[in-house]
Design a protein around this ligand. Sequence first.
Ligand code: HEC
Length: 367
Amino acid sequence: MKTIKLLIAAFMLFTGQVIAAEQERWYSEDQVTQGEQLFGQNCASCHGQNAESTPNWKQTDADGNYPPPPLNGTAHTWHHDLKLLRRTIREGGAKIGGQMPGFEGSLSAAEIDSVIAFFQSKWPDEIYQRWSGRFASSDLPSLNDIVVASNRAITKLLRQRIGNAKIDDVTETSVEDVWQVQMGNRYVYLLDGGKYALMGDLVNLEDGRNLTEQSRRVAAVETISEFDDADLVIFDATGESRAVLNVFTDTSCPYCQKLHSEIDKLREAGITVRYFPYARGGSRGPGYQHLRSVWCAEDRNQAMTDAKNQLYDDLPPGDCTAAALVDRGYLAGNKIGISGTPALFKSNGEKIEGYRPYQELIPQILQ
Ligand code: HEC
């Protein structure tokens, strides 16, 4: 009976009908309870009692192996659909050089589902929704026969092939046997089990969607959402807010200054501008110190405007704790491939390159 219910739930998940029931999860409380026990017995020794793993799970050990990743929603596990999660647990990582043992003989299919239910119960709603949205949408068909246990093992394989480029993420694509590897803002596709790598954008010619661009946007949204409003300098829309524009800015950059001189036009059009600090050239860049001062100011908005108008005398010293946000902004910007300022991102992650006069910019943001 349980299995039947589960099958129905899984079916709904993959046909997209479940989207309406937002907080509903596919598993029952009973499964979580059973899963907790099984997890404690079979998985916790590697993945941690609450699936949290170790803090340094991103670092390889002396043999170049990765520690077991967290399964509690803080790592990549939500990039895998249910089928692939089941398969990973059944088959382990050995097939592609991973370390994880398979549980085919020791756990039944229902028990494996309970274990998944347990670690998914640790996922925050936001992550769970992303997961279910990702696999419920018709955009990503279920991943039929990809015989790969885990993306971390693929990462290792790739390292052996292409050396030490920093790999941020490896995900399945909707194309059979084609894997996407993210290295910063660059994307590479692996074909034929990692024998070939292809660089370029993956486009679905049936509907014209650029899947690589979609990934870039997801990455941008994720990076941007790591910052709270309190971390930023925000110029609210004057009336009702109709759109949000995220701007990586450098007080010393002429086009940033120009954009800022038009900020009231954006605000009047219902656009809320969220400024992220991005000092071109990093800590040696010309805007670095002034950005720190702005972030330390009691009235950051005024200080931002002063700095953009090159009125530096009124700025406070940039020696407070909030000044560390200037370094964070720089790292975040690099992660999403900013090459110059201002770098503009709409709330869906779409990037607008450089300065545009407000008459051009406003319709682009509101569309
Ligand atoms: C001996 C240590 C060990 C045990 C026990 C173990 N794992 Fe793993 N697990 C790993 C390692 C290491 C990886 C990374 C991939 C690899 O090397 O195979 C991994 C990867 C995974 C992944 C893929 C995660 C991702 O984000 O790609 C899942 C899911 C998973 N394990 C679930 C489980 C479950 C559920 C159990 C218990 C039934 C379990 N593991 C038991 C070591 C272990």
